[in-house]
Design a protein around this ligand. Structure first.
Ligand SMILES: [Zn+2]
Length: 106
């Protein structure tokens, strides 16, 4: 989601590994995130793959390649891997309003 899509709410600089889990303010451990993604992610480092039920490390934007883990189709974010599916589900990427926004942007 581009920052322009939510002009009233600035994106957050979020800790990929939260301070609660010994993350630091080192720039390599930070990522720009929309407020919704950051709120749903919270301090989580992992979640459950909805296909297998396995606990999986979340997608890490500093290490993982987005296109390897996700695709966007008709505004929906599709998880292509266990990490992609677990992250898309945890961050509620396919909430109706977010899908509508993506559809309007493309
Ligand atoms: Zn987001």
């Amino acid at each position: 989601m581009p920052q322009q899509a939510t002009p009233l709410i600035a994106f957050h600089i979020e800790h990929i590994v939260s301070r609660q889990h010994r993350g630091t303010d080192d720039p390599g451990g930070l990522a720009l995130a929309c407020d919704r993604c950051n709120a749903y992610k919270g301090p989580n480092l992992s979640s459950v793959d909805p296909e297998t039920g396995e606990v999986i490390a979340l997608f890490n934007p500093r290490v993982d390649v987005w296109r390897s883990h996700f695709a966007v189709r008709d505004g929906y974010v599709l998880g292509l891997t266990p990490a992609g599916r677990a992250t898309a589900r945890l961050l509620n990427m396919n909430a109706a309003r977010r899908v509508e926004l993506r559809q309007a942007l493309t």
